[in-house]
Design a protein around this ligand. Structure first.
Ligand code: UDP
Length: 311
């Protein structure tokens, strides 16, 4: 296959590049590097099957040659990042999705959209099934991401229904692992950076809010299986092991030997109270479920962050 990965220099995008190259495919990574980094793909330079194009995917896309698959992963994905780049976040979810869908259609390529658990907003149903329509504040600080991804899903389904494009929608829940930026702002890199510097962990709110964390290798496997499946409906991908932020903080301090404890800071507006994927559909249609437990995944991530902080 010849595969285009938008956001290919980002956290998930770069791991996808690795996976497809390992399997002998040709990969073109596209990224404008506002939140992605060439450090994530520098080990691929010199691989004849790999090409990097620095480009904003909200502009007209031109890629030479045939394409078998387009995976649209370009977008800021951390609440900090999408609050810093609110308009780019809306544009990449809307215009970037439109451009990449158009390219897939022109080349007869299969299309996979990286959507998100944020389409469920601050959910009133728990755990979240794909049938749930969500509870999103369109004008809150997270609206720029949530609504862009909801629009992206609608546009993807329109291309499927109207143009017959072969499409997939992955609803990605919290994922962590090597290559997250230390200054990314999401809870795992924040806590690990703080713990390894011997600082107190910053708990937003009272820490009773929950998330369910999936290790990156499990997520990449799920995305690949979804691409190769025939499932056109959205599929939740994530780890159903749910923890409170306070439990996560205790675990991180214990695993790193950090004695500095925790400090409490205000809860950001519209921060979801609970989040856990119902992965029945992924289990049934993809024969996929995560294998990596939280402690095991954190251990691998901690050693990567340790190295990264020595650089
Ligand atoms: N959070 C926290 N301390 C931090 C960073 C995040 O308590 O230093 C909380 C945040 O308020 C949220 C959860 O951790 O409830 C997960 O936040 P993250 O930014 O990772 O992503 P989200 O799941 O909210 O999109």
């Amino acid at each position: 296959m010849r595969v285009l990965i938008t956001g290919g220099a980002g956290f998930l995008g770069s791991h996808l590049c690795d996976r497809f190259l390992e399997q002998g495919h040709q990969v073109i990574a596209m990224d404008n590097l506002i939140t992605g980094s060439t450090a994530n793909i520098e080990h691929l330079a010199g691989d004849d099957n790999f090409r990097f194009i620095e480009q904003d995917v909200t502009e007209y896309l031109y890629v030479e040659g045939p394409l078998d698959a387009v995976l649209h992963f370009a977008s800021p994905a951390s609440p900090n990042d999408y609050m810093e780049y609110p308009i780019q976040t809306l544009k990449v979810g809307a215009l970037g999705t439109h451009k990449s869908l158009g390219l897939a259609r022109a080349r007869g390529a299969r299309y996979l959209l990286a959507s998100t658990s944020e389409v469920y907003g601050d959910p009133l149903e728990h755990p979240q099934r794909e049938e749930y329509w969500g509870n999103v504040n369109p004008i809150g600080p997270r609206g720029v991401y949530d609504e862009a991804k909801r629009f992206a899903e609608a546009l993807t389904m329109a291309y499927h229904r109207y143009h017959g494009l072969d499409t997939r929608i992955a609803r990605i829940f919290n994922t962590y692992g090597p290559r997250m930026r230390l200054d990314d702002g999401r809870v795992v890199p924040n806590f690990l950076g703080q713990a390894l510097r011997g600082e107190p962990l910053t708990i937003y709110g009272d820490g009773t809010q929950t998330r369910s964390f999936c290790y990156v290798s499990d997520m990449i496997e799920g995305i690949e299986k979804l691409l190769l499946s025939q499932e056109v409906e959205p599929v939740n991908l994530g780890n159903p092991q749910e923890v409170s932020i306070l439990e996560l903080a205790h675990l991180v301090n214990e695993m790193t030997g950090n004695k500095a404890g925790m400090v409490y800071q205000p809860l950001p507006p519209d921060d979801p109270h609970v989040r856990r994927p119902d992965i029945t559909r992924a289990r049934r249609t993809l024969d996929w479920e995560p294998k990596m437990g939280l402690e095991e995944g954190l251990k691998l991530t901690i050693s990567w962050f340790r190295e990264e902080m020595r650089r």
